[in-house]
Design a protein around this ligand. Sequence first.
Ligand SMILES: [Zn+2]
Length: 530
Amino acid sequence: MYDLLLSNARIVDGTGSPRYQGDVAVEGGKIAAVGEVSDREARRVIDVEGAVVAPGFIDLHSHSDMQLPEYPRGESMITQGITTQLVGNCGLSPFPVVPEKIEFLYNLLFFGKPKQLDWHDAATFMTYLENLPLAGNVALMVGHNAIRVGAMGYDEREPTDTELDKMKKLVADSFEAGVFGFSTGLIYVPGSYSKTSEIIELAAVGKKYGGFYSSHIRGEGLTLLDAVEEALTVGKEAGVGVQLSHHKAAGKQNWGKIKTSLKMIDDARAAGLDVQADQYPYTAGSTSLPALLPQWAMEGGVAAMKQRLRDPETYARVKQAIYDEAADSGASQFPIDTIVIARVGNDSIFKPFEGKFVTEIAQARGEDPVDTALTMLRDETSPIQIVVFIMSEDDVKEVMQHPLVSIGTDGSGINPGAGGKPHPRTYGTFPRVLEHYVREERILSLEEAIRKMTSLPARRLGRSDMGLVRPGCVADLVVFNPDTISAGATYQEPHQYAKGISQVIVNGQIVIENGVDTGAKAGKVLRHGA
Ligand SMILES: [Zn+2]
């Protein structure tokens, strides 16, 4: 007996090859047979009536790390067909927890608020996750910012030899525990205080483990091309593969530069570097409000930043720096008029700002928009998420059509109870590609889009047994109607689940059936090399 048989499927197998008609049999968490399956009975047979059966989607760009303790089902992710999330992106991971420097980790993760952390390193965080009722699989990376705060806090300087050795040790410990990669977020403090040589040293630790280097590069606006060059250099010098995160050109003056950056990726690939990129299918990005500040304003951490904003003279300098950057054509990554307040703390006095442009809030209050933003940074006690309208649709399409670009959410697994107005990518990334770019815009074939969601990211993880509908592969599967699949989430109403997906299957167990969470604890913590 098979455990499960999906019959009458249109199989899109993840390789990019044309779809074909057939059945998919599952047994013991693996795909047991594909095609004409009539040799054995199954405990459960689902006639999918011509729906597409594809490998479960693999999201290489998730920020669910700190959401998983609160939302272990990760509803916004699993309902869009994501069966595996890679967390630890943009230099952010919730480990290592170095007791002497813990306040700086709180800075990084919770805008300074202390919270109980029931783990201290990659190994204990993985065990912690394994004890949660996970719906989907989780793979981890270790983040540079977390490593750097563990060794040297929020200091704006180069590490001493001892500190660099300590950072290398922390990275090595994480790889020993089974992380897949080392990530940086080089626009964020304190990662932004590092030189390329430091990144090369740390990325090189992953080489002996077959780990890769993933980067939110040092600039996506005026300095995009230099930043891409830096990431490629790190890969070459450290001898590891490179994953360029959420590839884009930010800011009107920089639109079109992705033609050059994609060419740089092709050239590096031709020269033997294992480079890939990922992308979410929207013209708005999302980050947190401190990204607006000049780097020096964050030195010492969140408390130091707030102290600076309480001092009228320093406040004026910060404000001037933001205006100077805006005046320097194209230098500002997040121009003030592109920013929407997405989410603040649940008990925040700024709750009414959610879903509104900063300029709109400022106008209603009769103040300068930069003052609105700085007031929030000074007085808010929880992380302030923002949505920023900084990309062009032409660029989004061009990046999407590049064969080395996979689809990734840059979101995190939550449910509508989280509130606020998070970026719609949180719920709608993968369905939106299939709805808008495959069905409406026709810039990708269904098969190619699925390849970008499955076997391409699986290759980055070094998992040839994932991301394919093939006997012997892990039975992570998604069943959807290609004519109706759609993202319900919008900027104004982001807490909407995807439509048109009938089943999401993780390790052979049905986790989502017709939009309903079955409660199956099917997810695993994946360990690199295990
Ligand atoms: Zn990022």
